[in-house]
Design a protein around this ligand. Sequence first.
Ligand SMILES: [Mn+2]
Length: 322
Amino acid sequence: MILDQIADNLSITIQCHDNPDADTIASGFALYKYFMTRGKYRIKLIYSGHEQITKKNLQIMVEELNIPIEYVPTPYRVSGVLVNVDCQYGSGNVTRFPSDNIVIIDHHQPGRLPSGCLRDIRPEYGSCSTIIWKLLSDAGFDVNAHPDLATALFYGLYTDTGAFAEIYNPLDREMQDTLNADYDLIKLMNNSNLSLRELEIAGLAMIRAIVNEKWHFAILKADDCDSNILGLISDICLQVDTIYSCIVYAEHPDYVKFSVRSCVKEVLANELAAYIAKGIGNGGGHTDKAGGLINLTKYKEAFPDLHFEAFFSERYQNFFSD
Ligand SMILES: [Mn+2]
């Protein structure tokens, strides 16, 4: 069993994806607690990337549930086995730290994985939290004996499935029904999704939406903000009746990040994200929700005179004609 194989190592480093969301944090936290109770003495729960956690609901989650997650800048030396949760080593949304002992536990479609790595990838689950919950339950670990853990895993599934609206797997439902979560805290986090400043950023982005009526897509430019806010803006945009897919992007001095959403099978969000970032960055995710990052140096080399609005518009249209 994968947990036993991880436990064979004296040191365990659990890494969440960059720009952590509730699901990756909950997954990492659950593994952390589990191995702590197994008496492992060197366990670290880390994440890296361009941004530290700023989103209010996630800050509440980390503080209220005492989640010992640490931000580490690059370069970083991993000790022991490296466990990627809710992401896959080598993919664009997780900083790659050198390691020859890699474990991947994830619920995204498998990408190109490092050879010989240990993996448990189940794309049929609504959240990575569900996989971890199942692994822990099968190992005889009573998650409900740890109310903080039960709440974290519950919230991981909740946020990854649009407040349980997108649950298709019976096991997700079973976890939802089984966990004794702190519903007051869930409610508090659920009502702390954005700051006033972020509300303003979202509003401005929506006012400036550029809509392509032929292909039913929209492009929105937002001021620099947390990636999760880009996702939130694109979630709202996709609810417009005439918009079937959309991109929301924000410029940062060093990079441009973007969020992609689609509700039609002709446009797979992960494919579109990869297409947009091809040659100049990274893009990927789920078929309905995805995102990416464009490297500004590479962009300026490839498109010295093109502003981003035109770039996104061109690539978007090329995606359809291709
Ligand atoms: Mn997830």
